[in-house]
Design a protein around this ligand. Structure first.
Ligand code: AMP
Ligand code: ZN
Length: 113
């Protein structure tokens, strides 16, 4: 756990988060500022700051994040969806603990902003 990381604190239960799913490696929480009717964040319990910090050891973890994203959307009956990783401030990353955004429940334009 990284000391001042808000997502590590949510994972540890030190600050509240509305959980949609959890297992031994992942916690899925509803985004506090949802951008779609369903907007959840898939969080690895392991603190990794950015996608550029991944190693080959994390390959299965990233695959699991995508699979769990699809599972959460399917269980919610939310239809088509988009998953997004923002990497770096210029791409919109504001919390430096990797997280997969999962958006569903409305039409999603392309390209994203
Ligand atoms: P990003 O800008 O890609 O780093 O995404 C960070 C996301 O975390 C944003 O969509 C925020 O709304 C969300 N967020 C920030 N704080 C919390 C929190 N305490 N609980 C749930 N989501 C949060
Ligand atoms: Zn963290």
């Amino acid at each position: 756990m990284a000391g001042d990381c808000i997502f590590c604190k949510i994972i540890a239960g030190e600050i509240p988060g509305r959980r949609a799913y959890e297992d031994d490696e992942l916690v899925v929480v509803h985004d506090i500022n949802p951008q779609a009717p369903l907007h959840v964040l898939v969080l690895p319990r392991k603190h990794i700051e950015k996608l550029t910090d991944l190693t080959s050891e994390d390959d299965a973890l990233i695959g699991r994040m995508q699979r769990v994203a699809a599972q959460v959307v399917e269980e919610a009956g939310a239809g088509d969806f988009r998953t997004v990783f923002n990497c770096g401030e210029g791409a919109g990353q504001s919390v430096f603990h990797i997280h997969l955004h999962v958006l569903a429940g409305r039409g999603l334009g392309w390209p994203p902003g």
